[in-house]
Design a binder for this molecule. Structure first.
Ligand code: G3H
Length: 496
């Protein structure tokens, strides 16, 4: 059970402690932040409201710990990560329980998130050993005007302190996707988990604590973004920020100093359906892509752009599948569970009402109880409706009927977002041409958008993000290149 047995050390009364200097601590603020269970809409957990002084302390110890961590042999860093991965998998049940209570993620998906996170940490350790274990050797006579008098050796060195800010929808997986690359590359970590998901994140950090990482190398600071958010992101001790979330990321990128940024800020992933598509395959992917975790994924299918000639048939197939989705509490592993907060549910409702006023076709009756919104397919959506452009982050999916492929590409590219998109067709040549024309970081052919497998490059363009993620790219992003040049007194040509 979360918070009991070996987890008792991370709890003080009914408030979870934060983690700094290798210890579980109470904040000197004496204040806590309540985490509201999206299903019951009552307080489920409480976490410490950390102060700016506590942030300073975590930064200071992160800086010191990083110096000796960078001198720890790579194979030892990998070994510790493998250990943390194994502990994480062992503790999947209590962590998943937190995900169910804090973010209303369906029970099975919650377990999957933890297991996937363990796999990610292990893969990261292995990939780190491979890519950080080798550098480059360059010789000067390949550049015009030079003799072979200079040997250049390059290697990858850590950045320093990495600030990791994951979102509520994957508080464990999108935390470890930042923590593991940072650590294998020799960096230290200050983690600021989202409020909803903070307790799952604290339990995850506890696994790293049990694995025996050096004190101060990993900190987990909880509290209100409004009080410590800017303080953290503008902190002079931070050498890199890896953020996943909403448009707060745009504000962070404007305020952050001269540090590398890795950002993933949402999407309006388009699903373009051509006349020759396998409509059963499309319908299955629209259900999986649009409605899993109630549409609260940045890579969810967020607008269907279907050729008019096959639109009726596709909408009928999707409608039939929507009718089979189970709706209810995450504990019962329902397909559709309450969205994360009341304000999120209100926002989604605003989009639905706008579409209603502008006469979209409702394929189901709109229904909401508290934070629980029944799945809704909106047909005949037009570009003047908000739902055509905005991200509901909920189980509401618009269908726009198009009369040409160009119209679909145009709609996709007119979005401020550019995360992923997908195309359904049996013609690979057409698919490639459309993929090349779509202004998105990834295009999936004949499948719904998805970030995984976690070693694939994952990136957004425009307002969807900065930089590229995926295990290899994250490790590279969290390092910088160091070169040493050996200057010879006379040119040296091998075998010459
Ligand atoms: O919400 C954003 C995540 O990066 C999406 O990940 O495609 O595995 O659901 P996913």
């Amino acid at each position: 059970m979360a918070g009991t047995g070996q987890y008792a050390e991370i709890l003080d009364g009914d408030v979870y402690k934060y983690y700094s200097e290798g210890e579980w601590k109470k904040s000197s603020s004496g204040k806590s932040v309540a985490i509201i269970n999206p299903t019951t809409r009552t307080t489920q957990y409480k976490v410490q409201a950390c102060t700016q002084a506590e942030v300073n302390k975590a930064m200071e110890t992160a800086k010191t710990a990083q110096k000796s961590w960078a001198k720890t042999p790579l194979w030892k860093r990998a070994e510790l990560l493998h250990k943390a991965a194994a502990i994480l998998k062992e503790h999947k049940a209590p962590i998943a329980e937190c995900l169910v209570k804090e973010i209303a993620k369906p029970a099975k998906d919650s377990v999957t998130e933890v297991v996937r996170s363990g796999d990610l940490v292990s893969y990261c350790a292995e990939e780190g050993v491979r890519i950080l274990g080798e550098g480059k050797f360059l010789v000067s006579d390949s550049f015009p005007g030079n003799e072979r008098t200079k040997y250049c050796l390059t290697s990858k060195i850590p950045l320093g302190v990495v600030l990791a800010i994951p979102p509520f929808n994957y508080p464990v997986n999108l935390a470890v996707s930042k923590i593991a690359p940072a650590l294998i590359a020799g960096n230290s970590i200050v983690l600021k988990p989202p409020t909803q998901g903070a307790v799952a994140a604290l339990h995850m950090v506890h696994c790293f604590h049990l694995a025996g990482f050096p004190k101060g190398l990993i900190s987990c600071i909880t509290g209100k973004g409004s009080e410590i958010g800017d303080f953290l992101t503008m902190h002079p001790g931070v050498n890199c920020i890896s953020f996943t979330g909403g448009d707060t990321g745009i504000a962070i990128s404007k305020k952050a100093g001269m540090v590398p940024l890795q950002m993933e800020l949402g999407g309006k992933d388009a699903c373009i359906v051509l006349e020759d598509a396998d409509l059963d395959l499309v319908a299955a992917n629209i259900i999986k892509g649009g409605f899993s975790y109630s549409g609260q994924r940045c890579t969810a299918v967020k607008v269907v752009l279907v050729m008019e000639s096959v639109a009726d048939a596709l909408v009928d197939k999707v409608k039939a599948k929507v009718a089979k989705l189970t709706v209810g509490p995450p504990e019962k592993d329902c397909d559709i569970t309450p969205v994360v907060s009341e304000s999120s549910a209100n926002y989604i409702e605003g989009l639905v009402k706008d579409a209603e006023q502008k006469e979209a076709t409702f394929c189901q009756e709109y229904r909401r109880e508290g934070n629980l919104i029944w799945p809704l397919l909106l047909d005949n959506v037009r570009p003047d409706m908000r739902i055509a452009w905005e991200e509901p982050f909920g189980p509401v999916l618009p269908v726009i009927r198009i009369s040409s492929v160009e119209e679909g590409i145009h709609h996709c590219n007119a979005s401020n977002f550019g995360l992923q998109g997908c195309i359904f067709t049996r013609d690979i040549n057409k698919a490639m041409l459309i993929s090349d024309a779509m202004e998105t970081g990834t295009v999936q052919i004949n499948s719904a958008p998805a970030r995984g497998p976690d070693h694939f490059p994952f990136q957004g363009i425009k307002d969807s993000g900065i930089g590229s993620q995926g295990i290899t790219n994250s490790i590279n992003m969290m390092t910088k290149v160091k070169t040493t040049v050996i200057n010879l007194p006379v040119p040296s040509y091998t075998m010459g």
